[in-house]
Unconditional design. Structure first.
Lengths: 110, 113
């Protein structure tokens, strides 16, 4: 069974701090990795994708991938109350299917 | 703006009464997906279409069916909804494979009474 595991949280950080979200996956052959943001009652929105080991930065967001450890993380710098949401880690093990984790709830305190 | 549109946004149906959810897209993406997401759970893939090629997940109940009459539209039919089918139903699209991620519609929240 191919799985994506995340800590459900909630992760609470003060405004302006760095939020660090983590994810592990079971299929070692996976090639594409994604982070989606999902506000309560809304659909997921793609915020980052990464294919290669290392870091990928986009504005306040940095995705980190370590394929040897089967580990993906998302850093959010200068966290804002509007970043409060559930963050879904997702993995494409190949083909058309993407497997999602259950998400980590992030709460940014003003 | 190019987008994925789901209708209705909220659907209430009676136990056992067939219901159809719709999804349309203006992105001209080849692949359309239906996911089911229950509260605090991961979205679960039900099936996907690559063009007209239908692909059902092995654990998708027979109660769930799908139609894609053309590139732009895809429907989810639930033949006899049970209380356990109450969930958010998410339509997503991707171009060719899923390497660049999905574009999701706004979702349909299904309530079964």
């Amino acid at each position: 069974q191919k799985e994506v595991e995340q800590n459900s949280g909630p992760l609470s950080v003060p405004e302006g701090a760095i939020a660090s979200l983590n994810c592990t996956y079971s299929d070692r052959g996976s090639q594409s990795f994604f982070w989606y943001r999902q506000y309560s009652g809304k659909s997921p929105e793609l915020i980052m994708f990464i294919y290669s080991n290392g870091d990928k930065e986009d504005g306040r967001f940095t995705a980190q991938l370590n394929k040897a450890s089967q580990y993906v993380s998302l850093l959010i710098r200068d966290s804002q109350p509007s970043d409060s949401a559930t963050y879904l880690c997702a993995v494409n093990p190949g083909g058309f299917k993407t497997i999602f984790g259950a998400g980590t709830r992030l709460f940014v305190k003003a | 703006d190019a987008m994925v549109i789901q209708n209705p946004r909220y659907q209430v149906t009676q136990f056992g009464k067939p219901v159809t959810l719709s999804c349309s897209q203006t992105l001209n993406h080849n692949v359309m997906y239906w996911y089911q997401q229950k509260s605090s759970q991961a979205p679960k893939l039900l099936f996907h279409y690559y063009d007209k090629d239908f692909n059902n997940e092995a654990d998708t109940p027979d109660n769930f069916q799908s139609r894609r009459p053309n590139t732009s539209f895809c429907f989810l039919d639930i033949r006899s909804p049970g209380l356990g089918d109450a969930a958010m139903y998410l339509c997503a699209t991707s171009n060719q494979g899923a390497d660049d991620g999905y574009t999701f519609g706004s979702g349909t929240r299904l309530t079964v009474v």
